[in-house]
Write a protein that binds this ligand. Sequence first.
Ligand code: BG6
Length: 507
Amino acid sequence: MPTENPFQDPLRFERRVPECVVVIFGANGDLTKRKLLPALYRLAYDRRLSAGFAVVGISRTPLSDEAFREKMLEAVKQFSEDTKFDEDVWNAFAGGLHYVAGDIGDPALYQELATKLAEIEGSRHTGGNVLFYLSTQPSQYAPIALGLGKAGIGKGNGWRRLVVEKPFGHNLESARELSDRLHEVFNESDVYRIDHYLGKETVQNILAFRFGNGIFEPLWNRRYVNHVQITAAESIGVEGRGAYYQEAGALADMIQNHLLQVMATIAMEPSASFRATSVRDERSKLLRSIRAMKPDEIRENTVPGQYGPARIGGQEVPGFRQEQGVNPESQTDTYAAVTFFVENWRWAGVPFYVRTGKRLPKRVTEIAIQFNKAPLAIFGDTDGDGTAPNLLIVRIQPEEGISLKFVSKTPGSGMKLRPVSMDFNYGSSFGERSPSAYETLLLDAIIGDATLYTRQDMVEASWTVVEPIQNVWKETKYEFPNYAAGTWGPAAADEMLARRGHVWRKP
Ligand code: BG6
């Protein structure tokens, strides 16, 4: 028998996909239609799912299995942009799609689900393995878990796991409370809190880049890194989600979860192995090293923003306060910029500038690591920009890749210097499509690999740094709107960097 390699998690390297049923609560919602079903269909198309794989959709609207399959067929055709539709694959996949209608608060729903699961287990030999996926209003997460528990389906003869969508709580206390309620039925090791940014191929590649190469890690610290900028810009507005967004705001919607996880991946210590526990321990440790700021530091190191109306490309674009479902005097942030500090030996004193916003000039997510300048400007008297600092840019979307900027001599006589770029581009280097974040994460949850899922301690660590910021922002009356739709956010965010002699990149 081969001995187990302690440095390789058999789950990640052998990837045997077990039989199972995925139960989706919120099957009539946007996420199911746009992301979950297209991702599951793509996994079927790539022959990644087991033969008996099945889905049970749950929602209030009464629908037959047949009508649910029709709806999902439309969704798959509409939202599987880069997947060829294959009739045979669809027919085999659709044979496993079922639907149960009911009210989350009604015990009868869970009884009906239990009967359905028993039927499927008999006919499709799914071994009692069930992945429950909560894609409903957050207020329903705990009642669903308790409903499953009471009906006796939170445990079973196979494994039972629970995937929970964001937001996970709206502050530290509510996040803790929610974990406590879920733990009444599911062990923490069976709770998969999803953060789709961790499933993005380029975010995973940060680990390969940092820990699979020998030349970058020695530079990855306060001696060489001047500062880090993490940008997640969106050109869209709130797209009909005004009512949700008004409660959440950019800080809670993007920074508390996605961007702090990205920052943790960039800044964490090397993990002892690629096992889920090791990687998550290091991410968690990093999140716990971020300074939770006091109110006066918060006023200095954070900037909220809200977009106002503008004319973009000949079209009138409404301001946030004019969006449907939004209070005309809303104080919600549609833009957030924060300077974080990591209090450990590697990063002490290095600012991590993190920003996100709706209605910025373009959709782009990137991490820029700016290194210190050369210690001596011996080309200082020559023409051109011989003093530009080295910059490493990890592009997460839309074009995935990594670039290193350095200065070079321009051809010709004399010493004229100019910044140039060494580029790695995912598309052209590998020539194959990257799986969507939801494909990666759903498959991981089915396999039982939690490496890319967030754990209770990480969620609590992020709320610990975000909640004090939320509190100061709530108490302060900001002059909103403070940036016009289609621009790079409020001037105060530029000033925040200027105080340390830095400027935001214009990606
Ligand atoms: C979601 C947020 O979690 O992430 C949205 O709720 C945001 O407001 C989205 O638009 C961004 O995801 P992506 O993958 O398009 O960058």
